[in-house]
Design a protein around this ligand. Structure first.
Ligand code: PXP
Length: 240
């Protein structure tokens, strides 16, 4: 199953009123019932959406896989080792960004990342790095010992022209090729929606898509079940 649903923005809506609803945990359970193969969430330093309570409740309730996105900090490592998700995805984080801006700079901090990743793995957690489709950064991912990589698809998703989109798709494919040759499992995500997913869904080497905003936005109109089922249909479709 290739769709993992990111539930952050159910929590964004909850926090807009500092309310109890919508509960991202309930949304995650509904997403699983609709067929999602995993649940993703991002605990940020400022706790603007997902909080510790959500992580512990997700850990106790979901039946598929929990993938927690986080910065590579001591505070987050401690949380990960307590919650013990199946996967930790290391992402860069800036306090004022609207969403994650770009992949992690791996080359520049490879010594630090290597020991950080090892500590998480010793706690029984598989580690992913969110990385741009940049061959040098992907090479470095192998050196720091990750189990898998998530290719950042935002340059593809945000391309202004058809040609730019084709170029970005080509870069994503090259990045996937290198990742596979290095023996890494490949995930992809960021900015993917019901309109731009098809060309990526055709790439069989991508074992999982991590999609959040588009699904939450559609769920607000048609409900979680339908929003998730419609995305699964696109991701799994054999006729692209
Ligand atoms: N992957 C990573 C690493 C992310 O940070 C995000 C956004 O939280 C996503 C995937 C999902 O992106 P979107 O919400 O645009 O689908």
């Amino acid at each position: 199953m290739r769709l993992a649903v990111n539930v952050d923005h159910f929590a964004t809506l909850r926090e807009a009123r500092k309310s109890k609803e919508p509960d991202p945990v309930l949304a995650a359970l509904l997403a699983e019932q609709a067929g999602a193969g995993g649940i993703v969430c991002h605990i940020r330093g400022d706790r603007r959406h997902i909080k510790e309570r959500d992580l512990f409740m997700l850990r106790q309730t979901i039946k598929t896989k929990l993938n927690i996105e986080m910065a590579a900090t001591a505070e987050m490592k401690k949380i990960a080792l307590e919650v013990k998700p199946e996967i930790v995805s290391l992402v860069p984080e800036k306090p004022d960004e609207l969403t994650t801006e770009g992949g992690l700079q791996v080359v520049q901090q490879s010594n630090f990342l290597q020991s950080h990743i090892q500590a998480l793995q010793e706690g029984g957690i598989r580690v992913s790095i969110f990385v741009d489709p940049d061959l040098e950064q992907i090479e470095a991912c192998r050196r720091v010992g990750v189990d898998l990589i998530e290719i950042n698809t935002s340059s593809y998703a945000e391309a202004g022209t058809h040609q730019e989109r084709l170029n970005a798709l080509e870069r994503v494919k090259e990045a996937i090729g290198l990742g596979r040759r290095m023996g890494l499992e490949i995930h992809a995500g960021h900015g993917l929606d019901y309109y731009n997913i098809r060309p990526l869904a055709a790439i069989q080497e991508i074992s999982e898509f991590s999609i959040g905003f588009a699904i939450v936005a559609r769920a607000a109109i048609v409900g979680v079940d339908r929003a998730v089922r419609e995305m699964i249909q696109l991701v799994e479709s054999k006729s692209h």
